[in-house]
Design a protein around this ligand. Structure first.
Ligand code: DMJ
Length: 742
């Protein structure tokens, strides 16, 4: 294996990135349903082809035993690893780089650039050799990218891999990648961050792909050239510096976690679980607690310690979003258990966390998902209970996420291997971009991490995101969903208050509120953004329903996602800070969105809302595409009812919430817990067999709060993160925790 480069040591940036890119291509296989072994553990060496070690047949192909592997494939699902000697024209050049001592292409480039082929250093390359080397390398990169991006709808294939969990349970149609396909999301409870295939013009899509290829190609060339121009001593020095940096980071991480300052925990406000005075409301609230008990007990019985439950198969469900981290449901449910007074269950959960929750996982996680569910869940559990273990675990995890910010702009990667600290972006994201809703949804948790650790590093990381955003020119004042972390420039100009954009706006508002209204920069960014959204995205249907469309380079798609429905609550919550003349307007806007989203529920057979609904082709608030008709126990509509109830006390919100409870009981409840549905318009239930962790964290919590008095987690004291985990407002005078000086 001496001819392989080790990506995890971060020694060969250009080459390692090639590994990651190619790894994306290898993922493409899985989208077509082929089963692959688990992803390459990051500590394993990575060949230039980026194929998992397990995917590679071990026999040597070059005369001296150096392995040369290329990716090939011309149709979706036909990616294969094959020896470079097999046929490609470029293959004929390869022997040039395979030394008898074992340096194949992996060795020639990987080792050669970083330290020399066996028996000879890079200094041994003559200028012509270097040139040919450069040519081969660029041809290889072109081949990889060409293949990735020219595959029909390859982004779908790639993304499908990332979210696909149980093909057997999805209807065949929903597996077909295509415009609007989001069945992958359903399978994994995918959150607000995938964009449907652009339904538009194929020429524009092609142009887009070409631009992406060009951009990636140029970057690869640039990086390869830079490396080639360096003297061997310079390369050695770079390696050394990188090593020192990694070692320093590791040291800093240890110090951060091991040396938490002492704190005085102040009792939380509004956590007494008083019974509502009205008997009917009391009964309803008790019913919701019983639902929580059903969800929890079944998770415990069939999937304890795993991420989520498959309530039909009665076994664990694991999502690639969390890598190898375990226990998503346990951490996500902690605060709901606490506020419902389920003390024994809370203690069981705490015990499991103490003994088993481990973040040293050698697999890629979604930084956003881990932050909102795990960091958010642990922080809330700490603020509610004062149990030190939750603070410790939250900070430990926060530290593990810090390497995601190691990008030229400081805009974090979407995916991170928490063991190696290597990050990358979703292969489907425009031009290698990070996603607005992902890097824009770290602020609340990271501010609290700084507060609880006494270390400003977390706050600095998220404040820098603001700085980058504020320097950029926004098209029509709107924030595109894609931002390239290397160039610090926008990717495609797609704007959404639903998937890919949503919680970025939510966190601007909540950052201002959580700072006790002192973070005026966040306030300004929020209200400016909302103004642009109103002008360019918000429309009224002929039937009088207000909806939020999606914006694609200036064109509107008259579609609203279930995810977008959270915005009703957001607008209403923000009314308070708006200029006086606009406060009532924002409250009404919230109410209108709540009504539209309620209609999207009401116009289905199951009385539960579809994943997306449209306002075109003669329909209003109805899903017209098969792959948009599913419901995966999402909370956003109920979330908006909760804010509207708290802010207006209009009884219709309790009525609508109760309709949702009945629908959940009638259609989603099964013996083994609660399941999502494939088609809310169909008379018979067809289950997706996943009990999402956010059902316990959000859907049931918001329902419970709607039928509780307002003094349970009052909005004047608590801010809910996007996963409904309550975080206390940080007031200068009485912070929930007094950090003691060392
Ligand atoms: C949750 O994980 C969060 O609400 C996230 O912001 C969006 N998606 C899911 C629920 O739908």
């Amino acid at each position: 294996m001496e001819n392989l480069t080790n990506c995890d040591e971060g020694l060969q940036p250009a080459v390692c990135r090639a590994c990651l890119w190619a790894r994306g291509a290898a993922w493409g296989r899985r989208a077509a349903g082929e089963s692959l072994p688990p992803r390459r553990p990051a500590a394993q060496p990575c060949a230039l082809g980026g194929l998992d070690a397990q995917q590679r047949a071990p026999q040597p192909l070059t005369p001296g035993g150096g392995e040369v592997w290329l990716l090939s494939g011309s149709a979706p699902g036909h990616w294969t690893a094959r020896p470079a000697t097999a046929a490609m024209p470029v293959g004929s050049l390869l022997p040039l780089f395979s030394s008898p001592g074992g340096g194949g292409l992996g060795g020639g480039l990987g080792v050669g650039l970083g330290g020399g082929r066996k028996g000879s250093g890079p200094a041994a390359f003559r200028l012509t050799e270097k040139f040919v080397l450069l040519l081969v390398f660029s041809a290889f990169i072109t081949l990889c990218f060409g293949a990735i991006f020219f595959l029909p709808d390859s982004s779908k294939l790639l993304s499908g891999v990332l979210f696909h969990s149980n093909p057997a349970l999805q209807p065949a149609a929903e597996h077909k990648p295509g415009p609007g396909a989001r069945a992958e999301d359903a399978a994994e409870g995918r959150v607000r961050h995938r964009e449907e295939g652009a339904p538009g013009d194929p020429a524009a899509a092609l142009e887009d792909n070409l631009a992406r290829i060009r951009e990636n190609h140029e970057r690869a060339l640039r990086e390869a050239k830079e490396t080639l121009q360096k003297l061997p001593e310079e390369i050695q020095r770079d390696i050394l510096l990188e090593k020192v940096k990694v070692a320093q980071d590791q040291l800093r991480d240890k110090v951060l976690v091991g040396d938490l300052p002492e704190v005085d925990f102040l009792p939380p406000i509004g956590v007494e679980n008083r019974e509502p005075a009205d008997a009917a409301i009391r009964e309803k609230r008790a019913k919701i607690k019983e639902m929580m008990n059903h969800a929890w007990t079944n998770y415990k019985r069939y999937a304890w310690g795993l991420n989520e439950l498959k309530p039909i198969s009665k076994e664990g469900h694991s999502s690639s979003l969390f890598g190898n981290i375990k226990g998503a449901t346990i951490v996500d449910a902690l605060d709901t258990l606490f506020i419902m007074g389920m003390k024994t269950e809370f203690q069981e959960a705490k015990l499991w966390i103490e003994k088993n929750l481990d973040f040293n996982v050698n697999a890629e996680v979604s930084v956003f998902e881990v932050n909102i569910r795990f960091v958010g869940g642990l922080l809330s559990a700490y603020y509610l209970s004062g149990e030190e273990i939750f603070r410790k675990k939250a900070v430990e995890l926060g530290v593990k996420l810090l390497p995601a910010f190691r990008t030229p702009s400081g805009i974090p990667w979407a995916l991170l291997n928490m063991k190696s600290g290597i990050g990358q972006n979703w292969p489907w994201a425009s031009g290698g971009s990070s996603i607005l809703a992902e890097f824009g949804t770290l602020h609340l948790e990271f501010m609290h991490l700084s507060h609880l650790s006494g270390n400003s590093i977390f706050a600095k990381k998220v404040m820098n995101i603001r700085t980058v955003l504020n320097k950029l020119k926004k098209p029509e004042g709107l924030y595109p969903n894609y931002l390239n972390p290397s160039s610090g420039q926008w990717g495609q100009h797609h704007v959404s208050v639903g998937g890919l954009g949503d919680s970025f706006y939510e966190y601007l508002l909540k950052a201002w509120l959580m700072s006790d209204k002192t973070d005026l920069e966040a306030k300004k960014m929020y209200f400016d953004a909302v103004q642009a959204i109103e002008t360019h995205l918000i429309r009224k249907s002929s039937g009088g329903l207000t909806y939020i469309a999606e914006w694609k380079g200036g064109l509107l798609e008259h579609k609203m996602g279930h995810l977008t429905c959270f915005a009703g609550g957001m607008f209403a919550l923000g009314a308070d800070g708006a200029p006086e003349a606009l406060a009532q307007h924002y409250l009404e806007l919230g109410a209108e969105i709540a009504r539209t989203c309620h209609e999207s529920y009401n116009r289905t057979f199951m009385k539960l809302g579809p994943e997306a609904f449209r306002f075109d082709g003669g329909v209003e608030a109805i899903a017209t595409r098969q792959n948009e008709k599913y419901y995966i126990l999402r909370p956003e509509v109920i979330e908006t009812y909760m804010y509207m109830w708290r802010l207006t006390h209009d009884p219709k919100y309790r009525t609508w919430a109760w309709e949702a409870v009945e629908a959940l009981e009638n259609h989603c409840r099964v013996n083994g817990g609660y399941s999502g549905l494939q088609d809310v318009y169909f008379v018979n239930e067809s289950y997706d067999d996943v009990q999402q962790s956010f059902f316990l964290a959000e859907t049931l919590k918001y329902l419970y709060l709607i039928f509780s008095d307002d003094d349970l987690l009052p909005l004047e004291h608590w801010i809910f993160n996007t996963e409904a985990h309550p975080l206390p407002i940080l007031r200068e005078d009485k912070k929930p925790v007094e950090v003691k000086e060392k």
